[in-house]
Design a protein around this ligand. Sequence first.
Ligand code: C2E
Ligand code: MG
Ligand code: MG
Ligand code: MG
Length: 286
Amino acid sequence: EAKAAGGGALRLYKTDMDERAKSRLTHEHDLRRALEQDELVVYYQPRVDINSKAIVGAEALVRWNHPERGLVPPNEFIPLAEEIGLIGQLGEWVLMQACMQNRSWQNAGLPPLKVSVNLSPLQLDPDSTITEAVMQALQRTGLDAKWLELEITETSLMQNVESTLIKLGEIRDAGVSISIDDFGTGYSSLSYLRRLPVNGLKIDQSFIRDITASRDDEAIVAATIALAHTMNLTVVAEGVTTEEQIRFLHANDCDEVQGFLFGAALPPEELTLLLGQTPHGRRTAI
Ligand code: C2E
Ligand code: MG
Ligand code: MG
Ligand code: MG
């Protein structure tokens, strides 16, 4: 009886594997099609200067406008894109879109923004073409390098250290900014960052969330901002949702903030409206 049950479990397990393999193949096929048929879209989340409250930047965040599943968030397909070797092409597409969009905002006479683009760690692999892709995106769109920023995670700085340093150095020499995303969730230290061609860091939203309730998080955030400033790094707080958090961040000299309090990631037309709302280029997000 035990044997029979075991066999049944095994069959069940196998069926489950088959299903998963099939669904993975479907998703893989779907994602390749998405890239070819323009089903991916880039949304933009405003980044705000903590003193002036003006929108000074926007983060490009990709979504998949799936014909059946609707708007699919990046966490549900970026890992797959990385797995099937599609992330380079996908990432370069986002980069080009972001530069084009930023250039068109500038052409429309809106005050200039720094648009940031997320890079997968794989895009800094020794054989990746990221440097060329960045140069090409700037050249083709005519965007000045100082209005582009790349966001990389601490993880990507720990892999292929040599080639990563060379690539980031080239990109930075071209005038593009580089910031460390989700800072605090990885293992890099600020002293390590000192050796890198980095302009700023974004404190991960997990530290900001409880900032006004947790003494530990308060201490971590305050110390991170202070240390970052001694190294001339700009500090952005991610995931800001309350006025109370703003007050704390302001008191601790944080430079910029991003979060639902100022707006979620928006389709480009909606950010255009937000940018154009106030006259004389003085843009207020709230
Ligand atoms: P991230 O780069 O850390 O982006 C911030 C994420 O936090 C975004 O989620 C954003 O919508 C969300 N967020 C912003 N403000 C708030 C807030 O106040 N509260 C909360 N709870 N969340 C907030 P999203 O767009 O779903 O992106 C998730 C992650 O997917 C990104 O995290 C980034 O790691 C990755 N990603 C997005 N676009 C790209 C891309 O083009 N290439 C690559 N390689 N990764 C991307
Ligand atoms: Mg990011
Ligand atoms: Mg982040
Ligand atoms: Mg994140």
